[in-house]
Ligand binder design. Structure first.
Ligand code: NAP
Length: 341
């Protein structure tokens, strides 16, 4: 086994109470645990960046879903990138950089079968949690596969300044959308959408009813809606979709902290007359297109056609605040927690 000298303890975030509605700091605890050398087939990783994602809110509830709930008084997990500091696994050496699923902790004892080597010379390491990682693939699969996007489509995306949404809009522009419209939660984000990401129009959904603002931004209607939000955004989009329009239902973040089920869109009957297709996407179903996704996105980044943002919060102590901040909209692009030292 190869290793550098290891620290005695690591800190990790545990869920200690299941949130009712909005999570609070009291639902989490940062705890110290001993660091031990990895057993055969495993690697010890010092995490450098970890991801906080909206789906983690669902994992804080004790309900059956497509990912199991976090357990109380156990470390939470999620995407992370780090550097190998001890290896008892063939093919992994100290100093290798890896992407894996054991975030929310400083040191991760990872089954090597669940670690993927990443190249820090190809892209900044945090990009493997965003534009070149899970959110990027979600945007790519949800737009090109689920929504069957084609050149000339007019596209509307909600949550447009976030990790997934900012890429959806730019992918659509790059692939020849006739119009790209986005909504986001502040005037600053709206400016980023039009000035930096090249959206044709954008609006702040907090300024007034979504339906009216969408009608102004896309007077001829839309062919594709990429839904990150649910609620009145979805209702407005159903109203704006043209004949044979398609909607990718990717997320419903407006409802993740609700304590009662939210009412559904009141205009679903339009789906019939307009022959709309509303389809959910789960990124985990689309691993097969990962190589094409990386090839396309790396190419667009190299050519400068695609840009991306990250909002980085420093230190494991700040991870819960970063997660809550992301739910409140404090991020532009991907919310990342970067570890000091
Ligand atoms: P993100 O957009 O980077 O961050 C979340 C954003 O949601 C916040 O920045 C905030 O921006 C917005 N938001 C919060 N409350 C809102 C509300 N009530 N109404 C409208 N917007 C609200 O997160 P992400 O990682 O890219 O994820 C975006 C969506 O995709 C989420 O719904 C997530 O669950 C979903 N997702 C699904 C899959 C899948 O496989 N299906 C995979 C990844 C992500 P504002 O300032 O604009 O409000």
């Amino acid at each position: 086994m190869s290793e550098v000298s290891l620290p005695a303890v690591s800190r990790e975030w545990h869920l200690v109470a299941r949130p009712q509605g909005w999570p609070t700091a009291e639902d989490f605890a940062l705890r110290e645990v001993p660091v031990t050398a990895p057993e055969q087939g495993r690697i010890l990783v010092r995490n450098l960046h970890m991801s906080v994602d909206p789906y983690m809110r669902g994992r804080m509830n004790d309900v059956k879903s497509y990912v199991p709930p976090f357990q109380l008084d156990r470390p939470m997990d999620g995407g992370a990138v780090g550097v190998v500091v001890a290896s008892a696994a063939e093919g992994f050496a100290v100093g290798d950089h890896v992407l894996h699923g054991l975030g929310w902790r400083e040191y991760a004892d990872v089954d090597a079968a669940h670690a993927t080597k990443v190249d820090p010379d190809l892209a900044p390491l945090s990009a493997y949690l965003g534009v070149l990682g899970m959110p990027g693939l979600t945007a790519y699969a949800g737009l090109f596969e689920t929504a069957s996007f084609k050149e000339g489509d007019a596209v509307f995306v909600s949550g447009a300044a976030g990790a997934v949404g900012s890429l959806v809009g730019q992918f659509a522009r790059i692939k020849g959308a006739s119009r790209v419209v986005g909504s986001a939660g502040s005037a600053e984000k709206v400016t980023v959408l039009t000035e930096k990401y090249g959206f044709d129009a954008a609006f702040n959904y907090k300024d007034g009813p979504v339906a009216g603002q969408l009608a102004e931004a896309a007077p001829e209607g839309i062919d594709v809606y990429f839904d990150n939000v649910g609620g009145d955004h979805l209702q407005a989009a159903i109203g704006a979709l043209k004949l044979n329009g398609r909607a990718t239902l990717c997320g419903a973040i407006a409802q993740y902290n609700d304590t009662e089920p939210a009412p559904g869109p009141n205009n679903l009957a339009m789906v019939i007359g307009k022959r709309l297709r509303l389809q959910g996407v789960l990124v985990s179903d689309h691993a097969a297109i990962q190589p094409k996704f990386v090839q396309d996105v790396a190419g667009w980044l190299r050519s400068g056609e695609l840009v991306y943002d990250e909002t980085a919060v420093q230190g494991i102590e700040s991870a819960v605040q970063a997660f809550l901040g992301m739910l409140r909209g404090e991020n532009t692009g991907k919310m990342i927690v970067s570890f000091n030292g």
